[in-house]
Design a protein around this ligand. Structure first.
Ligand code: 5GP
Length: 128
């Protein structure tokens, strides 16, 4: 089944400048901005500017230039926000939710970068 991108999703509107955002970093193919409901002192969303629904969509169909730009942007965000262990930070977690089981709310691929506090275990062992 092909990936079905919805141009009315909230991140598409942010990319078109229809909704404001608190930008942390921007490059040719990538935008990083603060999450509107942060779950940690550092909570940044990194998104490609292209029309990709999810991580697997992006990595399957984006150009090498887009993927490289995106990955380098995540490093920049970690450095800028001070969470990069390689630059004196205390560490971070990246999360990308996809689809129903991944509990993805916004259907435009995004990577959460979370840090600034101890984040606990990755998942609980319960089914909640
Ligand atoms: P998901 O559940 O899809 O992985 O995460 C979507 C994230 O987008 C949530 O953490 C939510 O707080 C964030 N979000 C939703 N709407 C907006 C918005 O208009 N602006 C910003 N900056 N973040 C948003």
């Amino acid at each position: 089944m092909p990936y079905d991108y919805d141009d009315q999703n909230i991140f598409a509107k942010i990319l078109r400048g229809e909704i404001p955002n608190d930008t942390v970093f921007e490059s040719e193919h990538t935008l990083a901005f603060k999450d509107i409901e942060p779950l940690a002192p550092v909570h940044v969303l990194v998104i490609p500017k292209g029309r990709y629904v999810s991580h697997d969509h992006f990595t399957a169909e984006a150009s090498d230039a887009e993927i490289l730009d995106f990955m380098r942007a995540t490093a920049e965000v970690c450095r800028i926000t001070g969470v990069s262990p390689g630059n004196g930070g205390d560490g971070f977690r990246t999360i990308s939710n996809a689809g129903e089981n991944g509990v993805q709310e916004v259907p435009h691929f995004h990577l959460h970068i979370l840090g600034g506090r101890h984040l606990g275990r990755m998942l609980s062992r319960k089914d909640d």
